[in-house]
Design a protein around this ligand. Structure first.
Ligand SMILES: [Zn+2]
Length: 393
């Protein structure tokens, strides 16, 4: 029933096995798969997983379903760097995963290629136990200081799980970043939450991760409240850490970079720093970088590796979440084919081509409300598709 891997708790994690540990698996219930350290300079998630599994193994509570803890980028974790050859959290495009699964040779032969193959095998094994009701928790930390937060693809089950953590929720990252493991899992139709616990090396980040894991296990019904640490203080701790930040925000802009840009963030920005349009926040070899619109600065890059200079997010009022949940339950998307400039791309209305020269009104906002995401925008044409939904939607 219980298995635990190594016991070390340092910032560089060596001798790490892929499967950090596992608990439960005898009584029916959801599979909860937690991944720590898919970025190798973010060991807090691995340490938190070990702590939670250790406590479970000592207290031996009744457990509905199963918790599986997986290590992400083991080679990078052992060196304390984000990655060795390429970012393991930008490699989960469906065609690539399909190649890995069909055991075709993926030609790049990088360290992360091996990592991905191994991690995918463990994920497949975990899903093999109970493919219907899996919940993924992908544990991260950031280079900048700031509040913990959750990242989700906007499905109702993801919302429910993320809202109980009492941290800000970011929607729409998948429209700005390709190949994240979170998006891959979501597209399989499972619930998936990305949890960012705070700064890489802060002790509070380990604690925040532990809180998020316990809250998820309770929310999923794996544990009864008597068998976990009291959840109210855990939530209060997370809520306090995120004080002053709106509850739900949407992604508005990503400033992508390459190494030849010589990108440098101006010092002193925290996650969720309120900023105005036109404000200079960074510079590169072309000069000053100004914000294209007002909002909250998000994940400013203060480390050498990475392709995302910074993001901009803006608040979504809770009212709109309620409206969108209602519209989805009423299947309001049935009106979409009737609208001018909106053409179905599939028979069951899973994807649409929108001519934004004809459909000029808040197009993407309407599709977001109805549970769709943007895929591409080319010459006035927008491709949107429905996010994979879980059974309860
Ligand atoms: Zn990360």
């Amino acid at each position: 029933m219980i298995s635990l891997a190594t016991e070390k708790q340092e910032n560089v994690v060596t001798d790490l096995v892929r499967k950090i540990g596992q608990y439960g698996g005898t009584a029916p219930g959801p599979i909860v798969v937690c991944i720590g350290g898919i970025h190798g300079n973010e060991p807090a998630g691995v340490i938190a997983l070990r702590n939670v599994l250790k406590r479970l193994s000592e207290t031996k509570p009744q457990f509905q379903g199963e918790l599986i803890g997986l290590a992400g980028n083991r080679r990078a974790l052992s060196r304390g760097v984000r990655y060795l050859d390429q970012d393991l959290n930008r490699m989960w495009m469906p065609h690539r995963v399909w190649s890995l699964k069909s055991e075709r040779e993926v030609s790049d032969g990088t360290s992360e290629n091996i990592e991905q193959r191994e991690l995918l095998a463990e994920i497949e094994k975990a899903l093999g136990h109970n493919p219907e009701s899996a919940i993924f928790l992908d544990l991260h930390t950031t280079s900048a200081d700031g509040a913990p937060f959750a990242i989700i693809s906007d499905t109702l089950i993801n919302r429910r799980l993320a809202l109980q953590m009492k941290v800000p929720i970011i929607l729409g990252l998948e429209e700005n970043l390709d190949g994240t493991i979170l998006n891959y899992i979501n597209e399989l139709g499972h619930a998936a939450i990305g949890f960012e616990a705070g700064q890489h090396d802060a002790a509070s980040s380990v604690q925040n991760h532990e809180n998020a894991i316990w809250i998820t296990l309770l929310g999923a019904g794996c544990l009864s409240p008597d068998d976990a640490p009291p959840v109210t203080p855990l939530r209060q701790q997370l809520k306090a850490a995120a004080r002053g930040v709106p509850g739900v925000l949407e992604m508005r802009y990503r400033h992508g970079i390459t190494t030849s840009d010589d990108f440098e963030m101006n010092p002193g920005y925290l996650n969720f720093h309120k900023a105005r349009r036109g404000q200079v926040v960074a510079r590169d070899r072309r000069g000053e970088i100004r914000l294209p619109e007002s909002g909250f600065l998000f994940m400013p890059l203060y480390q050498k590796q990475g392709d995302d200079g910074f993001f901009l997010v803006r608040e979504i009022k809770p009212y709109w979440l309620k409206v969108s949940a209602l519209l989805r339950r009423l299947h309001a998307d049935r009106i979409l084919p009737l609208l001018p400039g909106v053409d179905p791309l599939t028979e069951k209305g899973q994807a649409y081509l929108v001519n934004t020269r004809i459909a000029r009104w808040f197009v993407i906002e309407i599709f977001h409300l109805l549970g769709f995401r943007k895929h591409a925008e080319v010459e006035g044409k927008l491709i949107v598709s429905r996010r994979r939904q879980s059974p309860e939607e």
